[in-house]
Design a protein around this ligand. Sequence first.
Ligand SMILES: [Zn+2]
Length: 402
Amino acid sequence: MTQTSRDLLAAARAVVPEVTAEEVHARARSNGRVLLDVRERNEFDEGYIPGALHLSKGFLELQVEDRIPDRATPITVYCAGGVRSLLAAQTLQQMGYGDVESLAGGFGAWKQKGYEFTVPRLLTPEQKIRYSRHLLVPEVGEEGQQKLLNARVLLIGAGGLGAPAALYLAAAGVGTLGLLDFDTVDLSNLQRQVIHTQDRVGMAKTESARIQINALNPDVKVVEHREMLNSENAREIFEQYDIVVNGCDNFPTRYLANDVAIFTKKPLVDGGIFRFEGQVTTVLPHASPCYRCRYPAPPPPEEAPSCAEAGVLGILPGIVGILQATEVVKLIIGHGEPLAGRLLHVDALDMKFREFRVPRDVNCPVCGENPTITEPIDYEGFCMAPNAVPTEGAAAGLVAAH
Ligand SMILES: [Zn+2]
């Protein structure tokens, strides 16, 4: 027998209970009931009832079991005017969902009552094109891209590691990049520091990097910190960011960055390079081992590394810096396993990647149970020159980077 749309609606209304906007509004938010918005995506994007789950009516049968696996979950379905939601609710009943109701008058009735609604922050049409390959990845998607755009990442050093990390983080749409470097671009940097160019030799590295980043992606706000990290400024600078990337090359900076990351509870992605070898690890304060868990104190000054410049294959910082950037993106979108408690060692000559487990030390002087270091320290007696690199033997674990 042919049924008209009116027949179908009447049949749905006979079995689906309806609730008013007042009733839904009066309920406690945390009553366990799912508010299911079955409108089209573009309707949802213009505003929805706070806390609602969106699933267009066209995808209902195919996706609802993934989104609401427990068929005992109480569900209030709504659409724009209360018609599509009746039909959707009936479908849910037929699929075995036991407690389903429809919001009479839909979102229109809700808005008419003056109840609050949420308007999601949206990507612009241009951003949808720019980040389209991210939007196609389920682990990133529009939600992850928004997280990237809202993220603030500090890069210590706009050199060998900072250059590739900054370029890829900028391309990925990380909204704010802080660049900390007091140095200027030198011709000898260009063999590996790919963010700088020959016509910017002599320019502050932070400025040169900012020009390149903004040429690549104007979504990114670059904050220049033309200074050296020290015990006076470290805490205040770290506080302005969500994640810190260490691409710096000397013991004082490595220990200082580690300690201040613990004090300010900022994840730290550390990298190091030497000739054909590199290392990467991620410190999640108080959740994973820190640098001092492995090396509680720097070596004594008489064993301190020499200030001689060390050689490095120009491509190697690219590999390591991009591994660091990958760690940062994973932390921002909240997917994957960070290199926490793990040290990844790269040997470019043999092209081997090896992983070392690093345990947490309960007696660690900074992140242990009874910390003895509670303030930032400026270590003296070490080479502080920007190009200084510890010698191979003295480089405790994470070798030097620049
Ligand atoms: Zn520690």
